[in-house]
Design a protein around this ligand. Structure first.
Ligand code: ADP
Ligand code: MG
Length: 337
């Protein structure tokens, strides 16, 4: 942990503006690491998102997860990565807010409001942007480790932004050993479920495969209730893994059912051959054989019609509902400073 230490001054804490310089509009969400508010910069009148960082101890105001998020976002500059504009502070030390560009919706929230699934051109537009963002991260040795639809933001212009970097960590050669309990269960790759501690960018690619499946199905692809159920769902969809297709496969303490075939075609009866082929490569058991973000971008799925639509043709909450958005809540509207 020591080697990740960073001083508050290094991240410009001393020069941070007070959160009082932002007007709070509403609460957008809350997850594992903090509460997120929509706000307005009183000076520039710009709309922003403020993520309040949960602080565990006064002495150690920046928890490791917070540090990872700040560090990653500050380094990343890409259209498909949410932009960290600055940090703001509350009145007491350790009350920190990340000030980010504001995105009008996240993909999970948008899908909850859509009666019909995305069209194929819209799916291509979304996943291409996801792969571009992932290519940028993976080239910089950053693994996201918690990709899921609620961590993919979408602007009203249809630009997808990868967000929520609380779990990211750089990777190196040989693959770093990290705790296997990362990545929300439904998007967790087999290597982590089978107890392999080495983590590579391939784990984000598995999550991307689950996301592609979810966009097509309009519901989560592998919604496991616990780790064993998750493994069973994977085996049911993809067949039983073995040492031939996955030489580094670890032994499990329980028996898996024998199934020599995958069920992708019956789960996705209307899918084009190219899309099925891409899905298979994203959901490869062996992380070493799993497709990379760059390979995905060049996959024939994207060169065959129908082509990806323009981002401006993506649906938005605004276009779906004229009434007030249900994701916002009116409680707790005061900044705790
Ligand atoms: P957590 O670690 O708590 O999951 P996230 O960064 O994923 O935190 O934020 C939680 C939710 O807040 C997201 O799912 C999204 O709905 C909303 N949110 C986060 N960042 C932004 C942003 N920049 N613009 C708009 N909404 C955001
Ligand atoms: Mg999140």
């Amino acid at each position: 942990m020591k080697k990740h230490a960073i001083s508050l001054d290094e991240i410009g804490y001393g020069a941070c503006r007070s959160v009082d310089e932002f007007e709070k509009v509403k609460r957008l969400g809350e997850g594992t690491y903090g509460v997120v508010y929509e706000g307005i910069d009183k000076k520039s009148k710009e709309r922003v998102a403020l993520k309040k960082i949960r602080v565990e101890k006064e002495i150690d105001p920046l928890s490791l997860a917070t540090f990872r998020e700040i560090h990653t976002l500050m380094k990343a500059k890409h259209r498909n990565i949410v932009k960290l504009k600055e940090m703001a502070v509350g009145r007491s030390i350790g009350k920190i807010y990340l000030v980010m560009e504001f995105c009008q919706q996240d993909l999970g929230n948008l899908m909850d409001h859509m009666k019909l699934p995305f069209t194929e051109p819209q799916i291509k537009c979304l996943v291409l942007q996801l792969f571009e963002g992932l290519k940028y991260l993976h080239e910089r040795f950053i693994i996201h480790r918690d990709l899921k639809v609620s961590n993919l933001l979408l602007t009203d212009e249809g630009i997808l932004k990868i967000a929520d970097f609380g779990l990211t960590r750089g990777f190196g050669e040989p693959a770093m050993k990290m705790t296997p309990r990362v990545v929300t269960l439904w998007y967790r790759p087999p290597e982590l479920l089978f107890g392999d501690e080495r983590q590579t960018p391939a784990l984000d690619m598995w999550a991307a495969g689950c996301i592609l499946g979810e966009l097509i199905k309009h519901e989560p692809l592998l919604p496991g209730k616990d780790e064993i159920h998750q493994i069973r769902l994977i085996v049911n969809l993809l067949g039983t893994p073995n040492k031939t297709i996955w030489p580094d496969m670890k032994e499990l303490e329980f028996e898996l059912k024998e199934q020599s075939f995958n069920r992708l075609r019956s789960v996705f009866p209307n899918l084009s051959e190219e899309c099925l082929a891409l899905l298979k490569r994203l959901l490869a058991y062996d992380p070493k054989r799993r497709i990379s973000a760059v390979e995905c971008m060049n996959h024939e799925y994207f060169s065959k019609p129908p082509h990806a639509c323009e981002p401006s043709l993506m649906p938005s909450l605004k276009s779906l509902t004229r009434s007030s958005r249900t994701r916002s809540s009116t409680i707790d509207l005061d900044f705790e400073v």
